[in-house]
Design a binder for this molecule. Structure first.
Ligand code: NDP
Ligand code: 2IT
Length: 449
């Protein structure tokens, strides 16, 4: 194990997801450190793995029954060498400092790949919006923002959405921020279209992920039409990934939530997808209800004791994990390989374990790491910031075209960098190295700060 990993693990032994994210980066950048001896002399790894700032704070609020509830809020400001801190806010009971450090670390490099001037961060809380009334979510968001607002600003830190933070939460957070700041600065992204949001921001992570997959398939003379696709999750990223796949003629046979998955051998169509969108975004129901509604769809409950997640047992050509971290483990990867998959494109952040990735790369499967494949979300957040600065809104077609250009540029950058460092076709190394070099060079230009 490298010295930097030993140091990180001994300092914060419980931050497993953070160790995993750092290990994945360190495993890729050996050739860079060998070619650039001044990096090690300048202690770049020690510097880049230590957040610039972490804030933790109490979030007190009162639920609908009058009970006082206390949650913990976090803001991890990881690196602002190439721009103000930017990353998602996650509201989920599993949130802790290690998870947000992993997300913020990934975000630093993802944002560097977009070519936009965005630093990296992440924030969130262990509050669970699921099952709460709109009024409870509003009171929680207002309390959360009462502390967070002092750290935000259009040139300082501009959070966006992530798990558990969608249009509703961004609305309540923005209302609170505007009231506290007494300014309409747009220091949150994912805003509503009538109050500073960008067309295609909601779609961007999912659509961008599919654009990336299409580019990868093209390198092997294939397209997405008729490819059988497994998609996990049924949130923002999953549903827009499915939507674009269907639009491009692929056959999407699954969606999931943390309780289980649905399987549709015929492939979801626009009507079924629309049902799921309303179910998840408006009725806030569970994915199981899609199987109750459509006779051709079956539902299988998640099974924590099973070695292989039943979702990853289905036959498919392309796999889009779009739910959460570490949802594809070693045995899941073997199951997918045995079913002859061709491509794994990470819509979520770090959904594949290191063991699973090694299996995919060992079998020469097209594998796209999340920091490249799902960068479309934050890229369009960056475009939302540009539109806010100019006080105008671009047409949807304009934003979508920029998204396509950005995803193609990231794809090509990954491929070129992978080849330049002796691992042609390895998108993981390409993404990690290209992003690392951009951030580190900016840090070195700016001295020891
Ligand atoms: P949402 O909250 O919209 O959806 C999350 C989905 O994942 C839900 O279906 C949820 O099911 C499921 N899920 C959450 N936690 C778990 C878990 N522990 N086990 C199984 N399923 C789970 O989030 P997003 O779609 O925004 O985010 C999904 C992933 O994409 C995350 O990794 C996020 O970091 C990443 N991402 C998000 C971007 C964005 O712009 N929103 C951009 C780029 C990446 P349930 O309802 O049961 O919890
Ligand atoms: O993981 C991610 O890139 C996000 N959750 C989006 C962050 C953002 O600021 O739009």
């Amino acid at each position: 194990m490298t010295d930097i990993l030993k140091q990180i693990i001994s300092r914060d032994p419980w931050e497993r997801e953070y160790h995993q994210a750092v290990r994945e980066m360190v495993d890729s950048i050996g050739p860079v450190l060998a070619r650039q001896p001044h990096y090690a002399a300048a202690a770049v790894l020690e510097r880049i793995t230590e957040p610039e700032r972490i804030v933790t704070f109490r979030v007190p609020w009162v639920d609908d029954r009058g009970k006082v509830c206390i949650h913990r809020g976090y803001l991890v400001e990881m690196n602002s060498a190439i721009g103000p801190f930017k990353g998602g806010l996650r509201f989920h009971p599993s949130v802790n400092q290690g998870i947000l450090k992993f997300l913020a670390f990934e975000q630093v490099f993802k944002n560097a790949l977009t070519t936009l001037p965005l630093g990296g961060g992440a924030g969130g809380t262990d509050f669970e919006p699921k099952g709460r009334s709109d009024e409870e979510v509003m009171r929680f968001c207002q309390s959360f923002m009462r502390e967070l607002y002092r750290h935000l600003g259009p040139h300082t830190d501009i959070p966006g959405g992530d798990i558990g933070v969608g249009a509703r939460e961004i609305g309540f957070l923005f209302g609170a921020l505007r009231k506290l700041d007494n300014q309409f600065t747009g220091a949150l992204t994912g805003k509503g279209l009538q109050w500073g949001g960008s067309l295609f921001r909601a779609e961007a992570a999912g659509y961008g992920c599919v654009y990336f997959a299409a580019e990868m398939l093209m390198t092997r003379g294939m397209g997405l039409a008729d490819q059988v696709c497994l998609v996990s999750g049924s949130g923002n990223v999953a549903l827009h990934t499915a939507e674009k796949l269907i639009a491009l003629g692929a056959k999407v046979v699954s969606l999931s939530d943390s309780s289980g998955h649905i399987y549709d051998p015929e492939g979801l169509d626009a009507e079924k997808l629309q049902f799921v969108k309303v179910l998840k975004n408006i009725r806030r129901g569970r994915i199981r209800e899609a199987a109750d509604r459509f006779p051709g769809i079956s539902y299988t409950a998640a099974d924590a004791d099973s070695e292989v997640n039943p979702l990853w047992r289905h036959r498919a050509d392309c796999v889009f994990p779009c739910a959460t971290q570490n949802e594809i483990g070693e045995q899941d990867a073997y199951s997918l390989i045995n079913n002859n998959i061709k491509l794994v494109c990470e819509g979520a952040n770090m959904p594949c374990t290191s063991e699973a990735i090694d299996i995919f790369l060992g079998k020469n499967i097209l594998f796209a790491p999340g920091k490249a494949a799902n960068a479309g979300g934050v890229a369009v957040s960056g475009l939302e910031m540009v539109q806010n600065s100019m006080r105008l809104s671009w047409l949807g077609s304009e934003v979508d075209e920029r998204l396509r250009i950005i995803m193609r540029a990231i794809h090509n950058r990954c491929l070129e960098t992978a080849a330049a460092y002796g691992t042609p076709g390895n998108y993981l190394n390409g993404a990690n190295i290209a992003a690392f070099v951009r951030v580190v060079d900016a840090m070195l230009d700016q001295g020891v700060v």
